[in-house]
Design a protein around this ligand. Structure first.
Ligand code: SOE
Length: 389
């Protein structure tokens, strides 16, 4: 641990999630009183110019291009991995062996086997490990969890969840890393399907079996510049075959008997980042939509018959999870604050020597569901998730 109760952060990667995570470490002390003050020590990236710019912009003390050197550094307490999926396993295992606490972006790995090796490494090292399923930390999602745990919805019958985006509908959008199987493992399935699977596991329970289908709507794309950017890069003449799903739809049966209907797509025109769910139980229902993330719609069967109907809770009161850390009643928070809430819980776990959730165990279970869906789509059959664990 750093001197004077600080937590020295080393980050590997510096693009979209690098910005979100860096902002969280930098601002967490604005809103919370974390037991350890995070210090942005070193950020690492392959492109020296890019990572130096990021270090200056985000406030890191140093920028380098060698992640192995970073992991070896005695001054680093926590390694935060925000790189493409095919690099997670090697980085996590080396960081665990170096005794570093770890935050890793989702999905955890390229497959369950890698995930298991990563989990074994962190457990053997006795370090705190967390996977960045940030949407759990939206106050309204935390309230949904509380209502379900208190039995306000009764027995859960259904969850229907969608994660709808539309950023690659242009056939000229190039084959960036999120569209290449050798780098990302799967397409919408692992990138955004993993989020709704995590929310379903968090709110409803473990998934027993799945059946799914995937589709690639645009079969080839310009090779273009292999950037992570979500904006169309200059197209090049050479084209490459798309080998990951553009969209996935799947059904799930939960261990507790609930049924799930899921959809994750990057071709839902007009939906930029719509992560939403509805959960129905014997005593009521709840609905949440990331695009109105401070609201939770609820329906309770025991409301007065003349007053029954979905009503909207403004999850902006001091009684609501995390809210009193931010602003007076009625003020709203955003996407970036889900990462601040996540980072706060991680820091407290490290300070108290306690494992936090979602952990790499959650990451492995998520990976097993992803792989079961992919297998089901190939074989056209229901797949038991336990076969993958
Ligand atoms: C792209 O789909 C993406 O950046 C995901 O990778 C993130 O996990 C999600 O939070 C926003 O969209």
């Amino acid at each position: 641990m750093g001197v004077n109760q600080t937590l020295n952060v080393g980050m590997i990667g510096y693009k979209f999630m690098g910005k979100a995570h860096s902002h969280a470490y930098r601002d967490v002390s604005f809103y919370f009183n974390p037991s350890l003050k995070p210090v942005l020590k070193t950020i690492v990236g392959r492109n020296e110019v890019g990572v130096k710019q990021a270090a200056a912009q985000f406030g890191f003390e140093a920028a380098h291009t060698d992640w192995r050197e970073l992991i070896k550094s005695d001054e680093i307490d926590l390694i935060d991995i925000v790189t493409p999926n095919n690099t997670h396993a090697e980085m996590v295992i080396e960081a665990a062996q170096a005794g570093k606490h770890i935050l890793c972006e989702k999905p955890l790995a390229m497959n369950v086997q890698e995930g298991k090796e990563m989990l074994k490494a962190v457990q053997e090292a006795g370090v705190v490990h967390m996977i960045s399923h940030n949407y759990r930390f939206a106050p309204a999602v935390q309230l949904a969890k509380k209502l379900i745990e208190e039995g306000k919805l009764g027995r859960i019958y259904h969850i229907r969840a969608q994660y709808l985006q539309d950023w690659i509908m242009d056939p000229d959008f190039p084959l960036v890393w999120r569209l290449r199987k050798d780098v990302t493992g799967s397409g919408a399935l692992g990138d955004i399907g993993s989020h709704i699977i995590d929310l379903a596991r968090f709110l409803v329970g473990e998934i027993e079996q799945v059946t799914g289908m995937t589709e690639i709507f645009i079969k080839e794309r310009p090779m273009g510049e292999m950037t992570e950017g979500l904006h169309a890069a200059q197209s090049s003449v050479q084209k490459g075959k798309v080998d990951v799903d553009d969209a996935v739809a799947f059904l799930a049966r939960f261990n507790n008997g609930a049924l799930g209907v899921f959809e994750a797509t990057r071709f839902a025109a007009g939906n930029r980042n719509k992560n939403k769910f509805e959960i129905n139980g014997s005593k009521g229902s709840i609905r949440w939509d990331l695009e109105n993330m401070n609201l939770l719609e609820v329906y309770f069967t025991d409301d007065d018959k003349s007053l029954q109907g979905f009503r909207t809770i403004n999850v902006t009161e001091s009684v609501h999870p995390y809210v009193n850390q931010y602003w007076p009643a009625g003020h709203i928070i955003g996407y970036e604050h889900t990462f601040i809430n996540l980072v706060y819980e991680l820091i407290q776990g490290i300070a108290e020597g306690k494992q936090v959730s979602p952990s790499f165990e959650d990451g492995v279970r998520n990976q097993a569901v992803l792989e079961a869906i992919a297998r089901s789509a190939r074989e056209g059959a229901w797949i038991n998730v336990s076969e993958l664990l």
